[in-house]
Design a protein around this ligand. Structure first.
Ligand code: C2E
Ligand code: MG
Ligand code: MG
Ligand code: MG
Length: 279
């Protein structure tokens, strides 16, 4: 039994698979199989939309829809995450520019970054040139990163976060509460906004544990002057608990699923959405 040959064969087939994956992603970019959907974030009390989160979608002609949960980690294994990430940033900023040009009330577009994108040495200059290209003021862009991305290299993150803040780009800490370093992250960095992970919002209306956790996060937010956004709000019952806990901002299927451009534009054009979402 020639284990060396066996190993080589396995390595070769892995390399081959990898090559095919890279081609698939390259083709997706080239043939415009990627598109962005946008999910509104809104103020609980006024119904005002305070941001639109861009969420990546991939429609492959044979496979169909591929979730970003699968797509992003695959793309991260290849160098293509860099051009894909740039495409996301550019497309969302262009879209936001178009919304502003159409006269909808201006709001930030929120972009998720994965580790490789965040640690890309060209991150700041890429953001800068995309904003300039689109004549978009930096405060109409929000960068969402998770605590695990920030804590991966604290020194690097400190510089990047300072540079983003100096530029005037907003930062949100995504998926708050599930990562091991969530609290350390607040301890070490000036974080202006936190998005509570949806697992804490799920069952909020009949889980005393979740209610206690969300109450704690709201207290943290008030004491530290951090905006708190609840993700994954699906029901009226969850919304009512969040209102009781004085959470100001929500995102979730209760109000809207992520929308394709046309539907998102229509929603934004309605300008005043719902005076009181609880009414
Ligand atoms: P995320 O940034 O935390 O985005 C929120 C996810 O929750 C989205 O899933 C959204 O569709 C989903 N969601 C929103 N409201 C509800 C709700 O009420 N109930 C439930 N069950 N889910 C809700 P999606 O679009 O599948 O994205 C999943 C994750 O993939 C994102 O989590 C983000 O980490 C990543 N992702 C998505 N788009 C991008 C992107 O453009 N770039 C990068 N780097 N990551 C992305
Ligand atoms: Mg996000
Ligand atoms: Mg999240
Ligand atoms: Mg996430």
């Amino acid at each position: 039994f020639d284990s060396f040959a066996f190993f080589n064969e396995k390595a070769a087939s892995k390399a081959n698979l990898f090559f095919r994956l890279e081609n698939l992603l390259y083709e997706a970019l080239d043939k415009q199989q990627f598109y962005l959907t946008y999910q509104p974030i809104l103020q609980i009390n006024t119904g005002e939309i305070t941001g639109m989160e861009a969420l990546l979608r991939w429609h492959h002609p044979e496979i169909g829809e591929i979730s970003p949960v699968n797509l992003i980690p695959l793309a991260e294994k290849t160098d293509l995450i860099v051009p894909i990430g740039e495409w996301i940033l550019r497309t969302a900023c262009q879209q936001n520019r178009q919304w502003q040009a159409a006269g909808v009330p201006p709001l930030p577009v929120c972009i998720n970054l994965c580790l490789n994108q965040f640690q890309n040495p060209d991150l700041i200059s890429n953001i800068q040139s995309i904003l300039e290209e689109n004549q978009l003021e930096p405060h109409w862009l929000t960068i969402e990163v998770t605590e695990s991305i920030i804590m991966e290299n604290i020194d690097y993150s400190r510089r990047a976060i300072e540079q983003l803040a100096a530029m005037g780009v907003n930062l949100s800490l995504d998926d708050f509460g599930v990562g091991l370093g969530s609290l350390s992250c607040l301890q070490q960095f000036k974080i202006p906004a936190v998005k509570i992970h949806q697992s804490f919002i799920k069952d909020l209306d009949h889980s005393p544990v979740n209610e206690a956790i969300v109450t704690g996060i709201m207290t943290l937010g008030r004491k530290l002057g951090i905006r708190i956004i609840s993700e994954g709000v699906e029901t009226q019952q969850q919304l009512e608990v969040l209102q009781k806990l004085q959470c100001q901002e929500i995102q979730g299927f209760w109000f809207s699923k992520p929308l394709k451009v046309d539907a998102a534009t229509e929603l934004l054009s309605q300008n005043k959405i719902k005076a009181d979402p609880l009414a």
